[in-house]
Design a protein around this ligand. Structure first.
Ligand SMILES: [Zn+2]
Length: 60
């Protein structure tokens, strides 16, 4: 395995980066994961310690 190939793998292996909180810039904690049966996607809910809630789709 070449070094270039490793870099490619690592840079692409980040399926669901957590967005930082819009309000305070902290990293929100994952509080629950739900399967959306209509779209077949996993929806994750994050909640920051400041109270801000964020939803994220897992498009796989
Ligand atoms: Zn926050």
């Amino acid at each position: 395995m070449s070094a270039e190939f490793k870099n490619e793998v690592f840079s692409s292996y980040n399926p669901n980066p957590v967005r930082l909180c819009d309000s305070c810039g902290e990293k929100p904690a994952l509080v629950r994961t739900m399967l959306d049966s209509l779209s077949g996607r996993t929806v994750r809910m994050f909640k920051c310690k400041c109270g801000q809630q964020t939803w994220a789709d897992n498009k796989e």
